[in-house]
Design a protein. Sequence first.
Length: 279
Amino acid sequence: MTQTQSIVNSTLKKFSKIGLYGKKVTSATAAISEGFYLVYRHGLYKDPNNPVNTRYVQYFCRRLCQVFNLEVQVHGTIPREPALWVSNHISWLDIAVLGSGARVFFLAKAEIEKWPILGNLAKGGGTLFIKRGSGDSIKIREQITEFLKQNIPVLFFPEATTTDGHSVKRVHGRLLGAAIEAQRPVQVCLICYVNRHGELDTVAPFIGEMSFVEHIQRVLEMPKVTAHLLTLPPISVEGHDVKSLTQEVQEKMVEGLAQLHKKVLKPKKIGRASCRERV
């Protein structure tokens, strides 16, 4: 009887999982279709970096957060002043989270342009793509400089790779020169994904050898996660060169992530053994 009940429960659990997965796939398909509708209905592809387009990007990003069961909580004020935005990088989900809170254009690695479906959407939404080690960074920096001079905000991930969210890697500051040349501030923001247990989520990070398709499947099966977004006071570029600005951005990002973790993560319990050791 117990074995039969176990089989029944297991079967029901599988059907429930399939049903939830199917529902999310349907929602994702609807959101992506809506994204293409926005791109072509409003002609975003004709002038992808028009500042007006950021409101459509923001709307689409909010829809994606709903599909992927992400609740976004913003800590601090989202500034409207034009700036060069930087953030720590954990997952491709970062774009949906950041884009839902701030009206910005994104800088992304060239590989994303070739991703199925989402690559075309990103291109239509004004994303700038850069090839690592190809010399494109100089052209991209010049392009970002021109955008900033026209008060068009741009965001990039200066770590140039993703992490598990526990720490900030070394900041690559070459593109920060665009803020200096355009005389626009650097806006630092930090992200972390927290599960229902108050811990850093382990599904959201897109790290290791997992393919994009595999990670999407995991995210679609993911329980509700809260994405916390913290904005820091903008950094003035006055008196900075690229080296000193990079150092300050590195320090602020490290301090900011520690501040965010302290604010949103559940404190770890100290065992009795640890307490006795301290005594």
